[in-house]
Design a binder for this molecule. Structure first.
Ligand SMILES: NC(=O)c1ccc[n+]([C@@H]2O[C@H](COP(=O)([O-])OP(=O)(O)OC[C@H]3O[C@@H](n4cnc5c(N)ncnc54)[C@H](O)[C@@H]3O)[C@@H](O)[C@H]2O)c1
Length: 660
């Protein structure tokens, strides 16, 4: 029997899956399925329930959290940086094309990281940001200045350029392919490096495709202007009728030679008047659509499953398949992620060796076993002992864990590797850590802090200069941000996002260790599973934490200053802005709220107090118009929330009440 496909699920199940995977991708940064598979899931929901509101909630904003680093400087996007509508077949594309008059402009869909760049009145690059939640992005001005060929000064005044930063395939292959899965993730990481100088090492480039602050009659004219200003633009075609599908076929054929990763072809109405007429939904402009590549898929046969020990002691399945060529590379191994995902792939009867399987490469790079096409006959044996150390295994929720992983060499080395990476202690690669472990010099992260240069010099290929440098680097991290320290512990679910929340809310390690699961689960975006895993992990690692704290001093974020304006009704309130206001920019309005001791989440959340919009929108609202944010706020209110929906003049009155 083959595994269930998305098409077999009910609307409720589809909605739940979309929410779940959207969250895994945007919040946890740990997608469990390929983008292709996610897009098909969304498509299945769209077919069954075209008006499902979940379709409007895809992306970071829909993940219902501040998916961007809470400590980062932020920039508000006005208008928001939207997603794109998707088509998977010619019929959908042509239906879209029927909606308007005139030509379309066609470009490859660059699979990179979206960004915006503002140039001031003198034409100097003044600020750049990621797309973030679409309405708010992270400021990355210094990092983007290291993008190759990006103009830092243009012959224009007060403009904003939007587009996609990417890593050329040639750079990925030359420098990173052995250590990293995809150029896109590397690009995202490189744009957020603390030390912007290092961004240059990634040799990123930028393709511009939108320009705000000047007016145009056509998309083609806009692209020409971007080129004239010195920006690199993706190849652009202006076509109509039959040439529409032909251009897709042409780009699709040349996909491997473009020099950058693409995941489809973008079509936009050429006439700006038509674009204005068609308008946008909260999720995407109606005048554009991305015709996504179906990806290089291939059939293979699952021959074996081997088990890999991870740093947490989790024992994860890796499939061994008959060689299959996907996007130009021969694939024989494929991660099956964890026990639960492996089981899900197999459907009711479980995954079996000998199954005929459909393989794809994620984003054109990472191989993924998409689904079973025809069941095999030999069930996959789930190991009862750790393949590295022989300790008994047990199932914990979705994963198979080795019971005594503290004695497992492989798990230990990976744990130390994770520790040095999150603590940002450079120079300790896997080979060096293996040597240190086998020489019994470093068998736990704590040992790093008592290591001496002479001990290091006893190892292969470590001379005096290197040994001293390594010791110096460890010394340099004896004072460390609590957030980094928490991540370094390698506790399941205690990643970047959860660590940041703990660091924000508590001012000592004792307080963090005393957090109770039940109370923590109540915190927005946490929930029971994460709270349980994190509090249990902190307890289980008590000894390690105590030992580490003998050597390490934790730095806590400076507490929020007392509000500059006393006695405001906005103190302690959560305020979100939607649309534009007349009297001030969104950024200034947020600053005013913060001055009064309130805060501004980046999307509609349950505990929001005020949703504020311009007076014109307020009138439309009173007349029955609803944006997706408004619908969401009303939904929360129907479920017992207490979100006041107010116009700009009411908001201004609230601000004044603070002044006196
Ligand atoms: N694997 C998972 O579980 C999972 C979950 C959620 C989302 N995702 C993936 O996240 C990705 C992001 O989703 P999304 O909604 O932002 O859509 P998207 O990235 O597919 O499309 C929107 C983006 O395309 C970019 N773009 C590239 N070339 C362009 C061009 N020539 N013209 C205009 N825009 C261009 C724009 O910057 C825009 O931000 C998708 O690929 C989706 O599959 C995966």
């Amino acid at each position: 029997m083959s595994a269930p496909t998305w098409e077999d699920l009910s609307i409720e199940e589809l909605e739940e899956q979309v929410r779940y995977h959207n969250r895994k991708y945007w919040v946890d940064d740990a997608p469990e399925i390929s983008d292709e598979s996610f897009d098909r899931l969304v498509e299945a929901l769209r077919r069954k329930a075209p008006s499902s509101e979940v379709l409007d909630q895809i992306g970071p904003a829909g993940a219902d959290v501040d998916a961007i680093d809470p400590n980062a400087e932020k920039l508000t996007h006005d208008p928001p940086m939207l997603s794109l509508d998707k088509a998977y077949d010619e019929a959908t594309l042509l239906k879209w094309y029927e909606k308007f008059e005139g030509d379309v402009v066609v470009t490859p869909k660059v699979d990179g990281v979206a960004g915006c760049f503002r140039y001031d009145a003198q034409g100097r690059l003044s600020v750049a940001a990621t797309r973030g939640t679409g309405t708010v992005g992270e400021v990355i001005t210094e990092q983007v200045k290291r993008i190759k060929k990006l103009p830092l000064k243009v012959d224009a005044s007060s403009i904003e350029v939007r587009g996609e930063a990417y890593m050329p395939v040639e750079v990925f292959e030359r420098k990173f392919k052995h250590d990293y899965a995809s150029p896109r993730n590397l690009t995202a990481g490189a744009l957020k490096l603390k030390d912007p100088e290092k961004t240059a090492d990634y040799e990123l480039r930028f393709f511009a495709f939108d320009l705000l602050g000047e007016t145009f009659e056509s998309e083609a004219e806009k692209m020409a202007r971007l080129k004239a200003l010195g920006f690199e633009t993706p190849e652009t075609f202006q076509v109509s009728d039959e040439a529409i599908q032909a251009t897709y076929d042409d780009i699709s054929k040349r996909r491997g030679q473009l020099g950058y990763e693409t995941d489809g072809v973008v079509y936009k109405a050429n006439s700006i008047a038509e674009q204005k007429r068609l308008g946008s939904t909260a999720h995407h402009p109606r005048w554009a659509i991305a015709y996504k590549f179906q990806g290089d898929a291939g059939e293979s046969v699952l021959r074996d499953v081997v088990w890999n020990v991870s740093r947490t002691g989790a024992i994860n399945p890796v499939g061994i398949v008959d060689p299959v060529v996907l996007s130009g590379a021969t694939v024989t191994r494929v991660s099956l992620h964890n026990l639960a995902i492996m089981e899900h792939l197999g459907g009711e009867e479980g995954l079996k060796l000998g199954s005929k399987v459909l393989m794809m490469r994620r984003g054109g790079v990472i191989p993924n076993l998409e689904r079973v096409l025809e069941g095999g006959d030999e069930p996959v044996a789930i190991p009862s002992a750790c393949p590295e150390c022989g300790a008994p295994t047990e199932r914990q929720n979705d994963v198979l864990m080795a019971n005594h992983s503290e004695n497992c060499r492989a798990a230990k080395i990976r744990q130390i590797e994770h520790f040095v990476s999150r603590m940002e202690i450079k120079g300790f690669g896997p080979k060096l850590l293996e040597q240190l472990y086998d020489a019994e010099l470093v068998t736990s992260p704590v040992d790093l802090f008592t290591l001496s240069a002479s001990e290091l010099m006893g190892l292969k290929r470590v001379g005096e200069i290197l040994a001293n440098k390594l010791i110096e680097r460890i010394g340099g991290r004896k004072e460390v941000e609590v957030e980094k320290f928490l991540q370094a512990l390698g506790i399941h679910e205690l990643g970047k996002h959860v660590s940041a929340i703990l660091a924000e809310r508590y001012d000592s390690m004792e307080a963090i260790r005393a957090v109770e699961a039940e109370a923590f689960a109540e915190v927005h975006t946490i929930g029971e599973v994460i709270a349980e895993s994190v509090t249990r992990g902190l307890q289980e690692n008590a000894e390690l934490i105590d030992d580490l704290l003998e050597h390490i001093t934790l730095v806590f974020p400076t507490p929020r200053e007392a509000p500059a304006v006393e006695g405001s009704p906005l103190a302690g309130k959560r305020v979100l802005f939607t649309g534009a206001m007349e009297s001030m920019t969104r950024k200034d309005a947020q600053a005013e709220v913060e001055k009064r001791g309130g805060d501004c989440p980046s999307s509609v959340v349950k505990d929001l107090d005020y949703l504020v919009m311009g007076d014109a929108d307020m009138e439309r609202f009173e007349g029955g118009w609803r944006s997706s944010k408004l619908k969401k706020a009303e939904k929360f209110n129907a479920e017992g929330g207490n979100i006041a929906i107010i116009g700009e003049s009411t908001f201004l009155k609230l601000l004044e009440e603070g002044e006196g």
